[in-house]
Design a protein around this ligand. Sequence first.
Ligand SMILES: Cc1cc2nc3c(=O)[nH]c(=O)nc-3n(C[C@H](O)[C@H](O)[C@H](O)COP(=O)(O)O)c2cc1C
Length: 221
Amino acid sequence: MKKKIIFLLLIILITTTTAEEVVLPKPNYKGNLSLEELLYKWKAKRSFKDTPLSLKQLSQLLWASSGLTIDGVSSATRVFPSAGAIYPLEIYVVCGKVENLEAGIYKYDAKSHTLKLIKKGDFRKELTSACYYQFFISQAPLSFIWVGNYNKVAYWYKERGKVRYIHIDLGHSAQNLTLQATALGLGTVQVGAFKDEEINKLLGLSQEETALYVMPVGYPK
Ligand SMILES: Cc1cc2nc3c(=O)[nH]c(=O)nc-3n(C[C@H](O)[C@H](O)[C@H](O)COP(=O)(O)O)c2cc1C
């Protein structure tokens, strides 16, 4: 009995984390809906319930957007393609209401499937304001933000790669999130209208990086 309690406490300690690094639950590699059903079913959602998301759901959404697959030799390296396997995109999550996760801004590390805490606090209002007050962003429990580093692409593919490839990579990743959210019974919408500088500042980005896309996720109303 004692052992059981200690084991449970350990699990709670690992998953209910306020640490700088959050180890995410393992994602599922099987779902209940077919690709055809998801393609047919998905729809832009701009109204969200106040219901929090679970850490498991967040883990699944992150993995589907940008996680690892096998090894890059016998299979693709990641869940989406990237020109020259450069992967110049990073995913940040502005979390307001996720069970067992302190509100804050986090950065996803695909290799370790962990989140790194960037800033503590609920920044959904700041993000909404940076997105020209698209109110549904403050309703959603969390928002994904893709951040791109153009220099990483330009180093190999010069100007052409810079203006094309990074955005093509982004479309692949964002589409994965759209379909995964739909598969989980969640809603999302793609947001491109925002003040770049405001979001870059909110995330504490370097001069080389810029925010490219925002997608709030939550239970649709
Ligand atoms: C690059 C891009 C930027 C977008 N930006 C916004 C946005 O800032 N706000 C918004 O509500 N929807 C935005 N959308 C969503 C489109 O408005 C939506 O996909 C389109 O109206 C089709 O809607 P439907 O799926 O309901 O047919 C964007 C979509 C794309 C692809």
